[in-house]
Write a protein that binds this ligand. Structure first.
Ligand code: PLP
Length: 368
């Protein structure tokens, strides 16, 4: 199988499995227990926190572990004070948009921030928002469909005097491009383990002093009370190792993946009428979203599956919904073109042969 859907999830790295294994067998202690077995688990969780903090360019004390990116986003939303003004980009992941829409009536004002035809937030769109101290803004660092990277540091700077709480969803960015929480200047940031060759079901919310999350889960006081519940030690340990590997291998992975993506993009762009979305924006090195005229994205996906190639027709959660992608719709893409979209997202183990096979299969499918 040729796997080109790394923005949906990544295969777990063998080196990650190796460090997790003892915590599924012998080291089963509860990190809150005071005897040696418990302390061993506690120490492993704190090592993982250091590894994750190092990848994210911040202090371990700023990292609260969650069950994934979805929970981290929901935790950020839960921390918004009622009657604040809230502004969020129109292209956020559903795990950000849905909880916000759900609580929308409690906000003083709720605004969607527009993007341009390349999927970039329009900086002037922020100027018109009447935001003040304690209001909440969320703009993702990199989009899961197009791969577009936003200038978060610039947008934070624009809003600095207003003293808003600025959250960014960095789930797709980490491990693919350098990300420094401290340098971005945001107040909160969401990340996830399974997009960086770690296990599923683990992630983190990172926050500054003064922007502590308001807990959704109450109980045993774990994670300083910000997220109660016995820690998923093995998954946290795996996330830590995946973060360590992502930090040390980032440059090499990025260079290789980008050159493969560019080769594929060049070959596909030569096919008649193909649209490459967000071509003129800064994008993740691994992501390529295209539409082929007259070809339905889901149909193409199923045909590729028959050739043992896995791609996506949009964000994994939206696949099968039959609706054009809200991200492409927000970019003003025509609904027929948007329905033809397929997302190809490369990973560290893809090879030149994978790219050649993909090009030949697409060419074969298009003449059928
Ligand atoms: N945010 C973005 C941008 C994502 O792409 C995803 C997953 O696809 C999530 C959040 C949710 O993360 P998780 O799958 O860890 O809940």
């Amino acid at each position: 199988m040729i796997y080109f859907d790394h923005n949906a999830t990544t295969p777990i790295d063998e080196r990650v499995v190796e460090v997790m294994q003892p915590f599924l067998h012998s080291f089963y202690g509860n990190p809150s227990s005071l005897y040696r077995l418990g302390r061993l688990s506690r120490s492993a969780v704190e090592t993982a926190r250091e590894q994750v903090a190092a990848l994210l360019g911040t202090q371990p004390s700023r990292v609260v572990f969650t069950s994934g990116g979805t929970e981290a986003n929901n935790l950020a939303v839960n921390s918004i004070d009622d009657s604040s003004s809230v502004a969020v980009s129109a292209i956020e992941h559903p795990s950000m948009l849905e909880p916000l829409f759900h609580r929308r009536s409690s906000y003083r004002k709720f605004s969607l921030i527009e993007v341009d035809e390349n999927g970039r937030v329009i900086p002037e769109a922020i100027d018109g928002l009447n935001l003040n101290q304690g209001d909440f803004v969320s703009i993702m660092l990199a989009n899961n469909e197009t791969g577009v990277i936003q200038d978060i540091a610039g947008l934070v700077e624009k809003l600095r005097r207003r003293r808003v709480v600025f959250h960014t969803d960095a789930v797709q960015a980490i491990g693919k491009v350098p990300v420094s929480f401290d340098q971005l200047g945001v107040d909160m940031m969401s990340v996830s383990g399974h997009k960086i060759y770690g296990p599923k079901g683990v992630g983190a919310l990172v926050f500054t002093k003064g922007s502590e999350p308001k807990p959704m889960l109450l109980g045993g006081g774990q994670e300083h009370g910000w997220r109660a519940g016995t820690e998923n030690v093995a998954a946290i340990v795996g996330f830590g190792k995946a973060a360590e590997l992502a930090a040390s291998e980032l440059d090499e992975r990025r260079r290789r993946i980008e050159s493969l993506r560019d080769k594929l993009e060049q070959a596909l762009a030569e096919l008649a009428g193909v649209t490459v979305f967000s071509k003129n924006a800064e994008r993740l090195p691994n992501t390529l979203q295209i539409s082929i005229p007259g070809v339905d994205g889901e149909m193409l996906l199923m045909r590729m599956d028959q050739h043992n190639i896995a791609v996506s027709s949009g964000s994994a959660c939206a696949s099968g919904a039959g609706e054009p992608s809200p991200v492409l719709t927000a970019m003003g893409v025509d609904s027929v073109v948007a329905k033809g979209a397929i997302r190809i997202s490369l990973g560290k183990d893809n090879t030149e042969q994978d790219i050649d096979k993909m090009i030949s299969v697409i060419n074969k499918l298009l003449v059928l």
